[in-house]
Design a protein. Structure first.
Length: 527
């Protein structure tokens, strides 16, 4: 049967339907595919399938086919299907899967030419009691485009491919282009055919100790970085120190690619990572030596070693298997491939600033240090330009916790910024993150005054103990009262040694011993 009109009636039972370039608009219809020989073929580059107003497709038996050369658009407010069983075949050129509602497919097969691109979260594998549909990528690229792809078939065959691949290359700290595979309590090798630029870089997650629930899943993504220092670093990562280089190792010692994992429940897996030789920017001799996997968990683990090992490649595709990686329930785990000694942290447990007795105290502690000569404390008044204000000796090489502190010799009454530059015995150095200091200078936090019978009570709150010259001036600038006071840190109250002649506006001016002035305009009432 051939149709060139939109489907607008509430129920259609089909044995075969060929629709030309206008496509199908399912405006609330319940399209029933009644037998395994039932097929819908939507022809033409504009041959879209679009559902709205609750429109659905109901395959009454397995292996009914919906083939389209245009785009899939689900605005129906549902998952697109009433039951599992249909094969949806994308046989056109560049095609998209989108709409305002995500679609839950049973089988999806990618054919034709061009890249298939997600415009919304998409699920494949079925949603019945035992989902067992699959995604067949074939020879085509599937661009996740910042959306997540769910595979709900818990079998290892939930994704099939030949030369095609799934593109997960969204280069941000927390990659949203993810594959979520609902594997349940199963074990086995789950292969995600990641890739880009016509190159497959598959990721194999061999679950050796399974998760606890039928609804358990893992999430995986990967991305190359555009620059050789691996930025942006994966979310939660704070440093990439390499003890062999005695410096940041992100440029010299780490493959320019991130992998990110989350398991919904505790599991153990062996992971086989793949990367392109062009992503190997390690310094010689590490660029052809052995590399392996490390993961971030408030520090790089394992310290000064790797999980798994294989020679690095400079061309083609390299692969490394890291056995026995533990995954804690619902815990995000970013991973890299690096030379055997990197990246190992000189791990800063904390880095803080506090104001004590008017002094700015910078404090920090380390869990481990490698050839650490000294820390230089650097300060910036504008958050851009830094200068060294002092040094504290390091502890060499140690795995014990060490605590350090330094007092800024010139505390500021405004916000300043601090960072640490750690330098090794060979002169190599790395810089910490930046913290904002406290306001610890001679700033007057509060001034107020009131008069009783012309006598003035002055209220002053200061940041530290300081001597001040106090002057009270009338509206014409004449000095009515001139007195010296010594203010302690915190709140102070004084009865000044003169009288205000009349109710009115006055200026109270405090001048500190270093010449800094604080002026406040006050209305003083003489009762």
């Amino acid at each position: 049967m051939s149709m060139r009109a939109f489907i607008l009636i509430p129920l259609i039972s089909l044995s075969s339907l060929l629709v030309n370039a206008q496509g199908i608009l399912n405006n609330g219809a319940h399209i029933v595919l009644g037998s395994p020989t039932t097929n819908i073929y939507i022809d033409g580059v504009a041959g879209n399938y679009k559902s709205q107003a609750g429109g659905t497709i109901d395959p009454l038996s397995l292996n009914t086919n919906v083939t389209l050369l245009g785009n899939w658009i689900n605005n129906g407010g549902n998952v697109g299907f009433l039951a599992d069983g249909s094969n949806v075949i994308f046989a056109g050129a560049a095609q998209t899967i989108g709409g305002t509602s995500y679609t839950h497919f049973y089988n999806v097969r990618l054919l034709g030419s061009g890249t298939k691109t997600l415009l919304i979260q998409t699920r494949v594998g079925g949603f019945g009691a035992i989902p067992n549909g699959s995604l067949n990528v074939g020879t085509r690229p599937l661009d996740l485009n910042g959306f997540d792809l769910w595979i709900t078939n818990p079998a290892v065959g939930g994704i099939n491919y030949t030369t095609g691949y799934i593109q997960s290359e969204t280069n941000v700290a927390l990659n949203p282009s993810q594959v979520r595979w609902v594997v349940g309590t199963n074990t086995g090798s789950y292969v995600i055919p990641f890739g880009l630029s016509a190159t497959q870089i598959p990721l194999t997650i061999n679950v050796t100790a399974g998760m606890s629930l039928a609804a358990s899943y893992f999430i995986a993504s990967t991305r190359a970085t555009l620059v050789t220092n691996n930025t942006p670093w994966a979310s939660t990562v704070t440093q990439m120190y390499d003890p062999t280089l005695a410096a940041d190792g992100s440029v010299q010692a780490v493959i320019d690619r991130w992998w990110e994992f989350t398991f919904s429940h505790a599991a153990t897996s062996s992971i086989t990572f793949s990367y392109r030789g062009a992503e190997n920017t390690l310094n010689a001799p590490y660029n052809t030596g052995n590399i392996g996997a490390q993961y971030w968990a408030a520090g790089w683990i394992p310290d000064n070693s790797n999980i798994g090992s294989a020679p690095a490649v400079l061309a083609g595709v390299g692969a490394i298997t890291a056995p026995g990686i533990p995954f804690v329930a619902a815990t995000y785990k970013p991973m890299v491939l690096s030379s055997l000694s990197a990246p190992l942290p000189v791990e800063l447990l904390n880095f803080d600033s506090n104001c004590s007795n008017g002094q700015e105290i910078i404090s920090w502690s380390t869990a481990t240090e490698m050839n650490n000569d000294y820390f230089a404390i650097e300060r910036s008044d504008d958050g851009n330009s830094y200068h060294e204000i002092g040094r504290v000796n390091g502890s060499g090489t140690t795995s014990q916790v060490h605590t350090y502190s330094f007092s800024d010799p010139n505390p500021s009454s405004s916000i300043v910024y601090y960072r640490l530059r750690q330098t090794d015995y060979n002169g190599q150095s790395t810089t910490s993150t930046v913290i904002a200091g406290q306001s610890c200078g001679t700033e007057v936090n509060y001034i107020d005054a009131f008069a009783s019978g012309g006598e003035i009570n002055l209220l002053v709150n200061v940041g530290q103990q300081t001597d001040y010259a106090v002057a009270v001036l009338d509206a014409r600038g004449r000095v009515i009262i001139d007195q010296n006071i010594s203010a302690n840190e915190g709140a102070n109250q004084y009865l000044l040694n003169g009288k205000v002649p009349a109710t009115g506006i006055y200026l109270v001016r405090l001048t500190s011993s270093n010449g800094k002035q604080f002026v406040k305009r006050l209305f003083i009432s003489v009762e």
